[in-house]
Ligand binder design. Structure first.
Ligand code: CMC
Length: 405
């Protein structure tokens, strides 16, 4: 993990000076931000002109904050970033090479035991407190998990920094008295968090709603959602993209790799989406962020492979027929890697970004008078099979049955 990061000139919580954001016309539905109530702001505008904490507020409250609300919201989140010291002992118990996503899943679930008041899910004030705690503490858990892997002492939150800037501080602060994040990298991270903040009824969001429907506390539900996100078909995809680009190794081997995908031997990671069948608007924003970041960190050979892969795939019959386009994860891994994050941290970064979306969906489900406890409509296996005529044999009886066959 690199420790050499650029400096920034001023530390502040920024409320960008900007004209008001407007909701998109309903006909531009596929380009709108996918929040629980479909709040309708184009994702491009949010990425360009708002901050991650503003978007988090939008998801939780259904509207962007005014300056007073924004100040209170940022202040409240900033003052919940510390963890109980015992969480450090818990992290210390993980093996030195434990995957940080495994540590995150374990520790965010463990937070439920530190905050028993979180069980009071139908109390509005309690829900708000847990939401603040979760959005605030996810980056601290994530950074501590990353530092555990490299044996670095944990760096505590710095309340003078922005949400993204503080995360960079907790990741990379070494012996300096004050860590000053590079503003381009800080902004790039903030944009990536915005792009990951919420996205319809995807796998982890479904899990959040399902666990929430059993009235579990939000820390437990978030741990379950993060576990779903860990899967390589979901939040694990950006990690897989980087591994894939490294496996391809050079621009000259791209065509050969695409042939293997066409033959059905492999899936092209970072391509395809359950919802976007024309293009993923988030991928276009990310491409621009990649340019900004690489201008600071230096060009990555992986970007050249990715650009060639995109070019070859988009011209290929298989990808055209299956309507497969780069998704949000195709370039996000390159950016994270250029900033200095190890690949194991990629799904963790996704989880930090997705937390406000999960919480908004959890709360929406809880307050929905028609919500019932979730059940799958597809699974058929059952131990207590209703209507089954078969008698239950004891273990020795089953042995005799088998020897007769
Ligand atoms: N590479 C090659 N073929 C693919 C790919 C791919 N990435 N994605 C789908 N296909 C093919 C698939 O083989 C199938 O072909 P056929 O009909 O001939 O059997 C067809 O396209 C439909 O596949 P599917 O799995 O039914 O499609 P889906 O819309 O349910 O899957 C997906 C969406 C994201 C799981 C899938 O496209 C995929 O596995 N992509 C790679 C993993 C990835 O990048 N995931 C990140 C998704 S974006 C992050 C997020 O929002 O969670």
């Amino acid at each position: 993990m690199s420790l050499s990061h650029g400096r920034r000139d001023a530390n502040h919580h920024r409320q960008p000076n900007r004209p008001p954001l407007r909701r998109a016309h309903p006909e531009r539905r596929d380009r709108r931000y996918r929040s629980p109530e479909n709040h309708g702001y184009p994702v491009e505008e949010l990425a360009e002109r708002s901050s991650f904490l503003e978007v988090a507020y939008l998801l939780i409250h259904g509207e962007l904050p005014d300056p007073t609300q924004h100040g209170q919201w940022v202040d409240a989140i900033t003052h919940h970033t510390l963890l109980h010291e015992n969480i450090k002992k818990l992290i210390d118990g993980f093996h030195h090479d434990a995957h940080p996503m495994g540590i995150l899943v374990g520790t965010v679930g463990a937070l439920s035991t530190f905050y028993p008041d979180a069980k009071d899910i139908f109390n509005e004030a309690s829900r708000r407190l847990q939401i603040l705690r979760l959005i605030a503490k996810m980056p601290t858990l994530a950074a501590f998990a990353a530092r555990h892997a490299v044996g670095m002492p944990y760096a505590y939150p710095d309340n003078d920094l922005s949400y993204a800037g503080n995360f960079l501080n907790m990741m990379w602060k070494a012996t300096e008295l004050k860590y000053e994040p590079n503003p381009v990298l800080e902004r790039a991270l903030d944009v990536l968090l915005i792009l990951h903040a919420d996205h319809e009824q995807n796998c982890s969001t479904n899990v959040m709603r399902a666990v929430g429907s059993a009235h579990a506390d939000p820390f437990s539900a978030t741990a379950a959602a993060a576990a779903a996100l860990y899967g390589p078909l979901h939040g694990g995809a950006n990690e897989q993209v980087l591994r894939m680009l490294k496996e391809i190794g050079s621009v000259s081997r791209v065509s050969e790799y695409v042939k293997r995908v066409r033959s059905g031997e492999l899936r092209l990671m970072g391509f395809g989406h359950r919802v976007y069948k024309n293009y993923d608007p988030r991928a276009q924003i990310i491409k621009k962020v990649a340019d900004d970041v690489l201008a600071v960190t230096g060009r990555s050979p992986l970007l050249d492979i990715a650009l060639e892969l995109e070019r070859v795939a988009l011209a290929d019959d298989y990808f055209i027929k299956h309507r497969l386009y780069p998704n949000v994860d195709f370039y996000s891994g390159i950016i994270y890697s250029a900033i200095g994050f190890p690949v194991e941290m990629f799904p963790v970064l996704f989880a930090i970004g997705r937390t406000p979306g999960w919480l908004a969906q959890w709360q929406e489900g809880l307050l929905d008078p028609e919500q019932k406890i979730a059940r799958s409509t597809r699974g058929r296996r059952s131990v207590t099979c209703p209507g089954s005529e078969a008698p239950t044999l004891t273990l020795p009886q089953r042995g005799r049955e088998e020897s007769r066959q």
